[in-house]
Design a protein around this ligand. Structure first.
Ligand code: DQA
Length: 148
């Protein structure tokens, strides 16, 4: 069975209460339930992690190398400046989808830069929590096709 690692970065644990006008009203638990339900439908095994610290996110990325077929990651604000997370993603050589709840391109100027995009397979932005479901669909097809 295909295995996908889902990593949520800093402040995403506050989903639902954090700036709901921007990030929506779905809570973090609701988001993870949605992801798990879709994974079940797609017959994909998933493990979901959240951390507010850069080092822990890097540890999870490195560990994924041993068990996962792909990574779905929303690195939160680290997206914009963490070369360490970028390098970890490049090192694992797995297919990676970068997800952002918001359209990072139509907000503050500094959010337009993603230092991780150059090492990812795909990026999904602006669809709120549904973006993770699109990422799962996309990763499933992508990994399947790459095994053919
Ligand atoms: C975010 C966008 C980032 O700029 C921000 O720092 C976040 C969330 C998003 O999902 O839209 O924490 O990654």
């Amino acid at each position: 069975m295909m295995k996908i690692c889902v990593i949520h970065g800093p402040n995403l644990n506050l989903l639902g209460t954090r700036e709901p006008d921007i990030y929506g009203h779905d809570t973090f638990d609701e988001l993870n339930k949605k992801i798990k339900d879709r994974a079940r439908q797609l017959d994909v095994e998933i493990r979901i992690f959240q951390s507010n610290s850069e080092g822990e996110i890097i540890d999870m990325i490195q560990q994924a190398m041993d068990w996962a077929d792909g990574i779905i990651i929303n690195p939160g604000a680290y997206t914009h400046y963490s070369y360490a997370i970028r390098d970890a993603l490049a090192a694992v050589r797995l297919p990676i989808t970068e997800v952002h709840l918001t359209n990072v391109h139509n907000r503050e100027e500094w959010r337009r830069v993603s230092v991780i995009s150059p090492v990812t397979t795909a990026q999904i932005v602006g669809f709120g929590t549904n973006g993770y479901l699109l990422a799962l669909d996309g990763m499933r097809s992508f990994v399947e096709e790459s095994h053919r």
